[in-house]
Design a protein around this ligand. Structure first.
Ligand code: ATP
Ligand code: MG
Ligand code: MG
Length: 393
């Protein structure tokens, strides 16, 4: 029986394991945490660090092909595994996605084929570069200083209003390699999931509109009309062009900003990419005939990629650990039965042992016959559970 491997044991790995198992594969998860969401449901759970030679040898020995769900897996790990097994996505492209400086350079390099640019930015790696920005790039303020590496869910970012605050912000981030990005007047955010096979075959999902609260994804709107059609088409074409440009294999998520039309940025701006399935694509599990995780399995295993079809309009609501805390600060499991009594509600819980504020514990997807009824149910769910972001842009 063939076994598929995944580096990382979080919820993305868990949903990958579910999809692989449905096709009859065995799975192997490499993840140090003994209680991880993916490790708990996998046939094999290799409990070592991502750079442990014995763990990697065992993974390679067990698996027909290997993927990653953890964005910051060391590139060397992927190199090592790729010497004996197909690894998708590859070390080079994961390395690019791990570093905002390289990522933006690649987005810029393919802007002529993708048709989208990054927000105006400057690299700050040295005091001299900081000085140059202060002297010559006043147009980047107000801006956001972001660490080049390891940031996620808005962590590793400082908003900077004035030139005076920039040096302090860089110190706050430990003088590590950063990019300063101009703060754009966003009218919306969206993302596109693309899957590309070893043979270059590409399929994609329609773009979804995302709402972040406090730098963390809160809501995904996935239905016709969630985005202007022309903009959605452009985002989809741009994401496919980027996947091709990177010679990407596997599932790729590209995040975009939407800025006011008539601006110098032309409406659509590319933000960043994730070299894996993405939280904003979780609705595909319940609303499409093939999910982002199905496509991840197909792509890495060398199976044909079906063009996914969305059969239901959907809204996805993230369930952060905050929902587990009552007003008095006590932990309590939310009343799921009240939620599940409403039509079209699909509850996904990741099996995490401990609820913490800001921790992704699960998500709810609401499907229905049309966007209006999905929105009505989503509002009631959000009200019941105190979930933010539904009525935000
Ligand atoms: P993720 O968890 O998606 O990987 P991240 O920590 O890598 O997030 P970004 O995607 O760069 O961070 O930024 C998080 C959010 O902050 C964005 O989705 C957007 O809402 C806001 N943001 C980031 N950069 C800008 C910008 N230049 N202008 C306006 N808003 C921005
Ligand atoms: Mg990111
Ligand atoms: Mg992001």
């Amino acid at each position: 029986r063939a076994t598929l491997g995944v580096l990382g044991g979080g919820q993305l790995g868990r949903m990958f394991v579910h999809a692989a198992q449905r096709l009859g594969y065995f799975t192997a998860v490499l993840e140090p945490d003994p209680q991880s969401p993916a490790g708990l449901v996998s046939h094999h759970h290799i409990q070592t660090g991502y750079d442990d030679p014995a763990g990697l040898a065992q993974l390679a020995q067990l698996c027909q092909a290997i993927t990653t769900e953890f964005e910051n897996v060391p590139a060397q790990t992927l190199h090592t595994l790729a010497q004996t097994r197909p690894v998708a996505p590859g070390a080079a492209v994961v390395g690019i996605a791990q570093n905002r400086i390289e990522e933006k350079a690649r987005f810029t390099a393919c802007a002529d084929v993708s048709g989208v640019s990054c927000a105006p930015y400057a690299v700050i790696e040295t005091p001299a570069q900081l000085q140059t920005v202060l002297d010559e790039r006043a147009e980047l303020l107000p801006g956001i200083l972001k660490t080049a590496r390891m940031g996620y869910d808005g962590k590793g970012q400082v908003r900077v209003q004035t030139a005076g605050a920039l040096a302090a912000a860089w110190a706050e981030l430990g003088h590590t390699a950063c990019v300063l990005e101009k703060m754009l007047p966003l009218t919306a955010e969206c993302s596109v999931l693309v899957a590309r096979g070893w043979d270059g075959q590409v399929v994609s999902f329609a773009p979804q509109r995302n709402v972040h609260v406090g730098g963390i994804l809160a809501v995904t709107h996935a239905y016709e009309g969630a985005l202007p059609p022309a903009l959605a088409d452009r985002a989809r074409e741009a994401a496919v062009a980027i996947a091709r440009h990177l010679d990407y294999v596997g599932v790729l998520c590209v995040e975009f900003f939407v800025v006011d039309d008539g601006s110098e940025y032309g409406g659509l701006v590319v933000n960043e990419m994730a070299p894996r399935p993405h939280n904003s694509g979780h609705y595909t599990l319940d609303a499409c005939d093939a999910s982002q995780f199905d496509l991840q399995v197909h792509a890495m295993a060398g199976l044909p990629l079906p063009q996914p079809r969305q059969h239901s309009p959907a809204i996805m609501l993230n369930l952060l650990g905050d929902v587990w805390f009552a007003a008095d600060g006590q932990l309590r499991e939310p009343d799921w039965s009240a939620v599940l009594r409403l039509p079209g509600t699909h509850l996904h819980l990741y099996g995490k042992v401990e609820a913490r504020a800001g921790r992704k514990m699960g998500h709810l997807t609401i499907t229905g016959p049309d966007a209006a009824s999905v929105t009505t149910v989503a509002r009631r769910v959000a009200e019941m559970l105190g979930l933010p972001g539904l009525d935000a842009m």
